[in-house]
Design a protein around this ligand. Structure first.
Ligand SMILES: Nc1ncnc2c1ncn2[C@@H]1O[C@H](COP(=O)(O)OP(=O)(O)OP(=O)(O)O)[C@@H](O)[C@H]1O
Ligand SMILES: [Mg+2]
Length: 329
């Protein structure tokens, strides 16, 4: 009997060759995001990591069309989001939400919590009157707050609690996809863990798909199924966390991981120190943009733009010297 092959399910989000450039006042071009390509499976959590200035926030905002990308495509649930006219886009806005980095500036200080959440509900005509009040209370409970918190202002809360309000606002409109931009980095470590647990629980109970932007690699490993490593607007390496963390192939990923603390003190690792700062996206280096700081760079890296290569099922690496480096030792 012949085997019936079912095609793999379509990803919830597919980003293809996404570019986001900005113009400086003196007319130069900032290449903040360059040819970004990746998929996010429905119900999964994907971490987006890289140093400051690597283009993570810009990528998140471009995907949600909070910016108008310069070129490329974003397919959400198989729909070309960047081609949608404004009215249809409004419907998609509801499905795609964002939680901001800073729980202090992202909530309007003059609005009570109930108004902040109601404002989100207004955008999609969700219940009014008593039903709305009940919905707001249920949302507050869902994020670990109390119904009576609805009548308070943001300044009456701690950073962790404010972040919970931001999460309640994001899930209020029943989105399918959330970009969480450094949503725990402004918090104390113990509070970070609580908010991360909440995000993990909500992701499971609501079947959410998450793009989790972070500096901290250990947080990404804890929360995410897959990781995308960005440098100067480009993807260096992407794949399942268990694979990328146990066997990073790109020198940049190796350097980031070597600098991350490891929980097991009996394990020693050699720290790879990257020289200098990330170059300016106004004049990125030729060839591989990482080559000016890469400990393994050769002349070939200045001449050749690395093409993304598949090293395993879902594991991709952009390195000119991928095969040479990974055949040694
Ligand atoms: N509106 C803008 N106009 C000009 N340049 C911008 C604009 N927004 C971002 N950039 C530049 O694009 C690059 C990427 O910025 P982005 O904020 O996306 O980085 P990031 O990875 O989120 O950094 P961080 O970790 O510090 O949040 C930076 O060089 C930044 O200065
Ligand atoms: Mg950012």
């Amino acid at each position: 009997m012949s085997e019936i092959l079912t095609p793999p399910p379509l990803p919830l989000l597919r980003v293809e060759g996404l570019c986001q450039y900005f113009k400086t006042p003196d007319g130069r071009t900032v290449h903040a995001v360059e040819s970004l390509t990746f998929d996010i499976k429905r119900g999964s959590t994907v971490g987006l990591v890289g140093e400051s200035g690597s283009g993570k926030t810009t990528a998140g905002r471009a995907i949600l069309r909070l910016l108008e990308p310069t070129s490329g495509k974003v397919f959400f649930d198989n729909t070309d989001v960047l081609a949608l006219p404004p009215k249809a886009m409004k419907r998609y806005r509801q499905k795609m939400q964002i939680i901001f980095q800073d729980p202090f500036s992202s909530l309007n200080p003059r609005m009570k919590v109930a108004q902040i959440i109601a404002e989100a509900l207004n955008t999609c005509g969700f219940p009014t009157g008593e039903a709305r009040k009940k919905r707001i209370e249920a949302l507050l409970i869902q994020v670990g707050l109390q119904p009576e918190h609805a009548d308070r202002y943001p300044h009456e809360f701690s950073g962790g609690q404010r972040q919970r309000i931001g999460i309640a606002r994001a899930i209020a409109v029943e989105p399918d996809f959330i970009v969480a931009d450094e949503s725990v980095s402004a918090l104390d470590v113990s509070v970070q863990a609580q908010v991360l647990n909440l995000l993990g629980e909500l992701q499971e109970s609501l079947g959410l798909t998450l793009l989790f932007i972070a500096h901290d690699l250990s947080v990404v490993e804890y929360l995410c199924d897959e990781v995308i490593v960005m440098y100067l607007g480009r993807v260096m390496e992407r794949g399942p966390c268990r694979e990328v963390y146990s066997r990073p192939r790109h020198p940049y990923t190796q350097a980031l991981l070597s600098a991350a603390p490891i929980p097991d003190p009996t394990k020693k690792k050699q720290r790879i120190v990257l020289k200098g700062d990330i170059p300016s996206p106004i004049s990125p280096p030729s060839g591989c943009v990482f080559r000016t700081r890469c400990p393994s760079a050769t002349d070939a890296c200045a001449r050749n733009i690395p093409q993304e290569q598949q090293v395993n099922d879902e594991h991709w690496v952009s390195c000119v010297r991928l095969h040479e480096l990974n055949h040694q030792g």
